[in-house]
Design a protein around this ligand. Structure first.
Ligand code: ADP
Ligand code: MG
Length: 328
C-alpha cells in the first residue's frame, strides 16, 4: 500500500471515530428537561432533540386538558357539565368520557367516573370527622352508575338529576398521551413525560435502549421497590400511600368502590400498570386498585398489551403473565 493511501485511510478512520464519539456525547447531553406544577402534581418533561418550542407546546397541551377537565376549577368544562347535567363538550372531553366508559365495562364497574357524589360525601365526612351513615351512602349510590351517562354525538347528559363526573382517575394519563402526540408532531423522537407517576416513555432514553422506570416502595418513601425497563409504553401507579385520610382513627383511601359506596378497604398497597398508552395505564391502575390483587391480575391477563404488578399488605407481590419482559 502506498504511503499516501495509508495516510488517507488512517485519517478517514480518525474522522469516523471522532464523529462517532461526538455523536455519543451529543446523544447523552442534549436532552432538554423541565418541570412544572400542573393538575396538582409535578409534571416533568424530557425531550430529544432539544426544542424549547416543542417543550412549551407539550406543557400547554397538559394545561389545556387540565382547564377542560379539572373538578377543582369552577370554569372547567367538566364543572359546567356537572352543574348543568347536560352539555355539548369538546372532542377531548368526549374522548376521555368514552374511554372511561370503556374501562368501566372492562373492569365490571370498578372504574367509574360517575362516583363523584360519593367522593363528595366522603370529603364532607372527612371535614366533619364522622363517617357517612348507611342511609346517606345508599341515597348517594342512586346517583352513581356509568350506564346512566348518555352520549349523543358531542352531547353528554346524565339520567339522574344530581349526577356528576370526576375524571381524576384517567385525565392525567390522557394529558400525558396528548402531550406526547404534540411532541411527535413537532418531530420529537425521544421523550419522557411524567405527571406524578403517570407517564409515557417515547423512543430511546439518553443512554441505552430502554427507559428505566423506578417503582416506589409503598412503605419506604425514599426507596425504590423495583425498576422496570421499557420504551413506547404508558405506565401508571396507584398507591394507598400517596393520598389517604383518617376519620375517627381509621385510614380511608381516596379511591371509592362504586358498588358499595365505601372507600376501598383491604386494598393493595400499590398497583402499577404498563400499557400501550398512559390513559389505559391510569384508568386501569385505579380500577384494579378497587378490584384487588387476585381479580386484578386475572383481569390484566385477559387484556392484550396490558401488564401489571400489584403489591399487597405484607409486601405480597403478584405480577401478570408478561411482566418479566420489563425486568431485564
Ligand atoms: P392519583 O391521583 O393518586 O394518581 P388515581 O389515578 O388512582 O390516583 O385516581 C384517583 C382519583 O380517581 C380520585 O382522586 C378520584 O378523583 C377518582 N376516583 C376515585 N375512585 C374512583 C373509581 N372507582 N373510579 C374512577 N375514578 C375514581
Ligand atoms: Mg388512575
Amino acid at each position: 500500500m502506498s504511503r499516501k493511501k495509508l495516510i488517507f485511510i488512517t485519517s478517514l478512520g480518525i474522522i469516523v471515530l471522532l464523529g462517532l464519539s461526538l455523536g455519543i456525547i451529543l446523544r447523552r447531553c442534549k436532552f432538554l428537561k423541565s418541570t412544572q406544577i400542573i393538575m396538582g402534581t409535578n409534571v416533568e418533561i424530557s425531550i430529544y432533540p432539544p426544542d424549547e418550542e416543542a417543550l412549551k407546546a407539550a406543557f400547554n397541551e397538559i394545561k389545556k386538558i387540565d382547564n377542560l377537565m379539572s373538578i377543582y376549577k369552577n370554569d372547567s368544562e367538566v364543572s359546567s357539565l356537572n352543574r348543568q347535567g347536560e352539555m355539548k363538550v369538546s372532542p377531548e372531553t368526549l374522548e376521555v368520557i368514552k374511554r372511561a366508559l370503556e374501562f368501566s365495562r372492562i373492569t365490571g364497574g370498578a372504574f367509574d367516573i360517575s362516583c363523584k357524589p360519593l367522593i363528595d360525601l366522603w370529603k364532607k365526612a372527612r371535614k366533619e370527622g364522622k363517617v357517612p351513615s348507611k342511609e346517606e351512602i345508599n341515597k348517594t349510590l342512586s346517583l352513581v352508575g356509568y350506564e346512566k351517562i348518555i352520549l349523543e354525538g358531542n352531547l353528554v347528559s346524565f339520567k339522574e338529576r344530581g349526577m356528576e363526573i370526576d375524571l381524576g382517575g384517567i385525565a392525567k394519563g390522557y394529558a400525558v398521551d396528548k402531550a406526547i402526540e404534540v411532541l411527535k408532531k413537532k418531530g420529537i423522537k425521544r421523550a419522557l413525560i411524567n405527571a406524578g407517576g403517570d407517564l409515557y416513555a417515547l423512543g430511546e432514553p439518553p443512554e441505552g435502549k430502554k427507559w428505566s422506570i423506578g417503582i416506589q416502595h409503598p412503605r419506604n418513601q425514599n426507596e425504590l421497590f423495583s425498576v422496570i425497563k421499557l420504551r413506547d409504553k404508558g405506565v401508571a401507579t396507584s398507591g394507598d400511600y400517596r393520598r389517604y385520610y383518617t376519620i375517627e382513627g381509621k385510614r380511608y383511601s381516596h379511591i371509592i368502590n362504586p358498588k358499595t359506596g365505601e372507600t376501598v378497604q383491604d386494598v393493595p398497597m400499590s398497583v402499577t400498570i404498563v400499557a400501550a398508552d398512559a390513559t389505559t395505564a391510569d384508568a386501569l391502575a385505579t380500577g384494579i386498585f378497587v378490584l384487588g390483587a387476585t381479580k386484578g391480575i386475572e383481569l390484566i391477563n385477559t387484556l392484550p398489551g396490558v401488564e401489571g404488578m400489584v403489591i399487597s399488605e405484607g409486601m405480597e407481590v403478584k405480577v401478570s403473565r408478561g411482566w418479566g419482559q420489563f425486568q431485564n
